[in-house]
Design a binder for this molecule. Structure first.
Ligand code: NAP
Length: 307
């Protein structure tokens, strides 16, 4: 059976990644788009999810690519209509709403997939295997990028529930919680919030693994020039560096993996399998760590920031 899917929110990530990945994936086809402003090519177009659900009675799945603040209502609507649901990351604006979606998906007997694209980066699986055979001594995350380059014209990202610098930072947390084989806890956080915004532009986090190894992270949106998306792990038997957002792996300084980004096709293969198995895949660990940073973090006002 081919999954007949409808996509909501034809923004940057939908165009850059979802449309080409669906095109390349067996077992799923895009039949409709719901967008307030745009039109999908070669598919039925609707102004919103309600109209799409009403107009496409044979739709199997709904892919939600809007900002996190509006995703919960849409996900509920799709699940109540009996559709399988694919959530972009982060899966919601709060932990409680994603928990509620899991219960609803279970009650409806449909698939709910909380995607974490960075976990599908080329070197993550190998990093996980390597770390599993060692004792972690420390982890250092450096996630520094230029918000003006990566998020132009996205006011939602600066509003409450938009995550600010945690929008990219949660990608690091999704990899961290994938490659470290024990729980990671948030100890303290410092969040730098521009005077004219609701969400942080910078964050310094102190975490620890359950067995006590320190995990430090810096997320910064003010980096111009070379961009940095690195996770360094020191162990009792060598060091590991995941860079390029998880697509390059160095062990003791030697490059082991350097591969192009194939994250979204891998996620769509996963979604097709989940629907086939009638399964739910929702791991809240990255979202919980981000939420904990906001809970225990010191909010420090910083200079106003204009796009
Ligand atoms: P975006 O370019 O701003 O697109 C989001 C789209 O959602 C908008 O174009 C709009 O589409 C729709 N939308 C519905 N309600 C909205 C509202 N209240 N405010 C703004 N847009 C609304 O954002 P994006 O970069 O694609 O990010 C969307 C999600 O994907 C975020 O959760 C983000 O973390 C995730 N993501 C983004 C990237 C990336 O590189 N940009 C990478 C991975 C994941 P219509 O006009 O069609 O209604």
């Amino acid at each position: 059976m081919t999954i007949r899917a409808g996509l909501v929110g034809l923004g940057k990530i939908a165009r850059d990644q979802h449309l080409p990945a669906i095109e390349r994936t067996d077992g799923i086809e895009l039949v409709a788009v719901a967008s307030r402003n745009a039109q999908g090519d070669g598919v039925a177009n609707y102004p919103d999810l309600g109209a799409m659900l009403a107009g496409e009675s044979s739709l199997d799945a709904v892919i939600l690519c809007q900002p996190p603040q509006v995703r919960y209502h849409a996900a509920r609507q799709a699940l109540l209509a009996g559709k399988h649901v694919f959530l972009e990351k982060p899966p919601g604006a709060t932990v409680s709403e994603v928990d509620a979606l899991v219960s609803l998906a279970r009650a409806q007997g449909v698939t709910l997939y909380a995607s974490w694209h960075s976990r599908y980066a080329a070197a993550v699986a190998q990093a996980k295997t390597w770390i599993a055979e060692r004792r972690i001594e420390s982890v250092d995350i450096q996630w520094r990028e230029d918000v003006r380059h990566w998020h132009p014209g996205q006011p939602w990202i600066w509003e409450a529930g938009g995550f600010g610098v945690f929008d990219p930072g949660i990608n690091a947390l999704s990899m961290l919680t994938e490659i470290v084989p024990e729980p990671v806890t948030m100890l303290s956080a410092m969040l730098e919030v521009p005077a004219n915004r609701d969400a942080p532009i910078g964050a310094t986090l102190k975490m620890a693994t359950a067995s006590g190894a320190p995990v430090a992270a810096v997320f910064d949106w003010r980096q111009t020039g070379p961009q940095t998306w690195d996770i360094a792990v020191e162990t009792d038997r060598g060091s590991l560096l995941l860079s390029e957002g998880g697509n390059t792996l160095r062990l003791d300084g030697e490059v082991q993996v350097k591969a192009p980004d194939e994250e979204y096709p891998a996620m769509y293969r996963r979604f097709v399998d989940l629907v086939g198995d009638g399964a739910i895949d929702v791991d809240l660990a990255p979202l919980r760590l981000a939420a904990d940073a906001f809970l225990c973090g010191r909010h420090c006002p910083t200079a106003a920031f204009e796009d």
